[in-house]
Design a protein around this ligand. Structure first.
Ligand code: NAP
Length: 258
């Protein structure tokens, strides 16, 4: 699908997220960077979480120059996220903004691409920490703040190998199955209250550093850029998706709001 065809799937108003606060993990590069910029351009104050301060500062500067919103930088290594650190983040967001309307759990690492028989335990643990444990810990710490929002959105980033396993994708695939399970379980728990929607989103093959590491022989020019998926990322984050919960979305095949 061409970029212009993708953009026609959903045309969010420029004030879609005005006054809202959204946390984006892995906001310094790739899809997370594109989402942070898109959310800010649509009015959100974005908390930029990542492990490389210089990348976060570049996104912070782009948001400050291009929007009237108030971003903050949250340096954190999700491999080492402790329970107290997650609680401190919740306290810091409460102090800075007093509200939280959305989380995009986007940060992730690929890990080694080897047979499971040879997969080192330390690297398995690191991938699970970043890709699955940290999203759980952050969500649990931040839920009380989100419960105060009129409507809020949690987006977990999945993958094709989080739905059907594939040889040599090891902990990455297992972590994305965990993400799908977490998304469905939390959505079911929160559905009756009706205020927080929870969905999984698979961006599909996208022109980023992670994709280039996974498929070094592939021509990146054949892949969509992160910005081309932002209609779906905006739709799920904004109030037009109220009531949409417990679903798994694919950016490559999504045809717009139903
Ligand atoms: P990317 O370009 O590698 O970016 C990943 C981001 O996560 C970076 O900002 C990185 O920070 C951050 N990150 C990694 N480890 C971290 C840690 N320990 N603590 C905090 N932040 C950390 O990846 P991407 O392609 O944009 O992927 C974004 C999401 O889409 C991921 O969940 C990925 O699994 C999913 N996905 C991607 C594709 C694809 O084709 N690209 C396909 C399916 C699913 P640094 O830059 O500082 O390292």
């Amino acid at each position: 699908m061409s970029a212009s065809a993708r953009r026609r799937r959903y045309a969010p108003p420029s004030n879609l997220l005005a006054g809202r606060v959204v946390l984006v993990t892995g906001a310094g590069a790739g899809i997370g960077r594109a989402a942070a910029l898109a959310y800010a351009r649509h009015g959100a104050n974005v908390a930029l979480l990542g492990r490389t301060r210089g990348k976060l500062e570049a996104v912070f500067d782009a948001i400050e120059q291009g929007t009237e919103t108030r971003p903050v930088i949250v340096p954190a290594d999700l491999d080492k996220l402790t329970e107290p650190a997650a609680e401190q983040l919740a306290a810091a967001l409460t102090e800075e903004y007093g509200r939280l309307d959305g989380i995009l759990h986007n940060a992730s690492i690929l890990g080694p691409r080897v047979p499971m028989a040879h997969y080192p335990l330390a690297q398995w643990t690191e991938v699970m920490n970043v890709n699955a444990i940290a999203p759980f810990a952050l969500t649990r710490a931040l839920l009380p703040l989100m419960e105060a929002a009129a409507d809020a959105s949690i987006i977990f980033t999945s993958s094709g190998v989080g739905r059907v396993g594939r040889a040599y994708w090891g902990a990455y695939a297992a972590s994305k199955f965990a993400i799908e399970g977490m998304s469905q379980t939390l959505a079911d728990e929160l559905e009756s209250a009706g205020r927080i929607r929870v969905n999984a989103l698979n961006p599909g093959a996208t022109r980023t550093a992670m994709r280039a590491a996974a498929y070094p022989a592939e021509d990146p020019a054949t892949l969509p850029e992160p910005a081309e998926h932002m209609d779906l990322y905006l739709y799920l984050m904004g109030p037009d998706a109220c009531g949409v919960t417990g679903q798994s979305f694919d950016a490559a095949t999504w045809s717009g709001p139903q």
